[in-house]
Each structure stands twice: as C-alpha cells, then as structure tokens.
Write a protein that binds this ligand. Sequence first.
Ligand code: CO
Length: 168
Amino acid sequence: MEIVVYGHPVLRQKSEPVKEIDGKLKKIIDQMAETMYKAKGLGLAANQVAIPQRFFIIDIAQKEGKPKLEVYINPVILEAEGSTVYEEGCLSIPGYYAKVERYEKIFIKAYDLDGKEFERELTGLHAIAFQHEYDHIEGILFIDRLSPLKQRLFKKWWKKHGKKQSQS
Ligand code: CO
C-alpha cells in the first residue's frame, strides 16, 4: 500500500465510522500492517493509505523485537489526564520530528477485528501513539499541535525537504 503524504486532502478529512467488520476489513488491515512494518512506523491510520474510515493500527512492541499488532476500530477516548511530551514523527510527514504535548494517560474504547467492543487504559508511549493515530482519523496532524512559530518553520522545512522526499 502507498502511504499518502502531507498535502493530500484525505489527511484533512474527518473519517467516517466503520459500518461492517468483515473479511474485507481484515485483509485491508493485514496490508496496512505490512506497510507500517516496512516503513518502521509505530502506527498507521486508515486515511494514511487513502481510506477515510475510523480505524488504525499500532505496534509499539516492535521496538523491542516482539511485534504485537493492535487494531482499533471506531475508537473513542472516554477519559484523559496528565500531560507528557514526546518527539513525534509521522509516516505522512517523512523526515520531520518535533516535540508534541499529549495526555499522559487515556481510557479508551474501540472494536477489535472480531467485532467485539473492548475498553483499555493506555499510558506513556502507548497513549501517545493512540492519540497521534486518533488525531489522524479526525483530520489532524501532529504539526497542527505545534506553536504558530514552529508551524511556520515546518512549512519552510517541507518546501525545502519534504516535497522532494515524497516524490522519491
Ligand atoms: Co502519523
């Protein structure tokens, strides 16, 4: 699958709820996982592969060499608390990294690939990755969470470096 990059309108679209969790969706998620692992990303949202629907995958365990894929379909953040700062990157903004403030701890619900609803508390990098991906399906990118000055610097950076990277 091809990952769309900054400037593509699908990244700015608020994604639609998933209506059916079926074999077709499973196949798409398999392909997304392959794409994410190949690109060495911690997460990938459906609209990053041009599917404007509310689901994403995360794997923060692959860093320790023990991949464990997590699938979140029609996710909702129920509660959030605390704050933490982490240097984030994004497969749709290749090469750019910046510190972003997020909630430290979140309590979420979502559906899994069997169509079962589950609830989970996430903390640390896990919570950060979830919030980053959740933003994607809302049409928000991590650079939107930077200060106005840093956003201007990003735009300059992208003109110089980003467009070239995305064409290669
Ligand atoms: Co991203």
